[in-house]
Write a protein that binds this ligand. Structure first.
Ligand code: CTP
Ligand code: CA
Length: 224
């Protein structure tokens, strides 16, 4: 039977997807965040599951339904996301779509900061671990295929290609997230797929269409 699940191209593959923003607490009521809605990552998780993959979706705080057939793990911070990704290994593929906060507040988050204490709060930041680079350079459990995204506002292809080299992933999906493009938080995306084969630019598509095309590309990559 052609439609039998067993012949779907990603059957038997475990794929970890990160999606959404992370929230980094400053105190019990405040946090550092970004404009990611999680839409693209959730669509990718759903498209991979439709092709038969067992998908673990590690999601930051978003207001989205879990795609059909996807195992979702909710996290809040970058450190929690890293822990959940590590716990989900081994995986055949990792797709890091999350807009992980680059920095977290390096302070005791125990009590609300008060204006009445006088002066401005001294917010010291510290860098979060790079989950994508960690997966790409994983010694025991590197996934066969590691896919990253690159959110750029200028020199999109050059910066993204440099990110691919630096982080050691196989494919980088580059997109222009300048405010004018409306991509972050919107429903469309215009991406460039950068791999060892060069650059492939896709037209502006819905995030669902980008997800389906990327899932097929992943299946093709594993099929070789
Ligand atoms: N990423 C990650 N962990 C981080 C930061 C980024 O896994 N702490 C991943 C993202 O999920 C994405 C890729 O790395 O797949 C690139 O993210 P991006 O923010 O574009 O790159 P950065 O390396 O953080 O560089 P910058 O924000 O300074 O451009
Ligand atoms: Ca970043």
């Amino acid at each position: 039977d052609f439609f039998h699940a067993d012949i779907q191209p990603l059957t038997g593959k475990h794929i970890v997807v990160t999606a959404g923003p992370t929230h980094e607490p400053i105190d019990p009521v405040r946090y550092i965040a970004n404009r990611s809605s999680g839409t693209q990552g959730f669509a990718i998780a759903g498209a991979l599951a439709s092709l038969g993959a067992k998908v673990t979706l590690v999601a930051g705080p978003v207001a989205l339904e879990t795609p059909v057939g996807v195992n979702r793990i909710d996290v809040e911070t970058a450190l929690e996301m890293q822990g959940a990704v590590e716990a989900a290994l081994p995986a055949d593929v990792a797709v890091c779509v999350a807009a992980v906060a680059d920095w977290r507040a390096d302070c005791d988050h125990g009590q609300k900061l008060k204006k009445s204490k006088g002066g401005l709060p001294d917010l010291k930041l510290t860098e979060n671990p790079d989950i994508l680079a960690g997966l790409s350079k994983h010694i025991e459990k590197r996934p066969t295929l590691v896919v990253g995204f690159a959110a750029e506002t200028e020199n999109v292809i050059d910066y993204a290609a440099a990110k691919r080299e630096r982080k050691g992933c196989d494919i980088i999906v580059a997109n222009d997230v300048s405010h004018a493009t409306g991509i972050m938080g919107g429903h469309e995306n215009e991406v460039h797929i950068i791999s060892d084969k060069g650059v492939e630019s896709w037209p502006k598509l819905s995030k669902t269409e980008v997800a389906v095309k990327l899932a097929l590309k992943i299946a093709e990559y594993l099929g070789k």
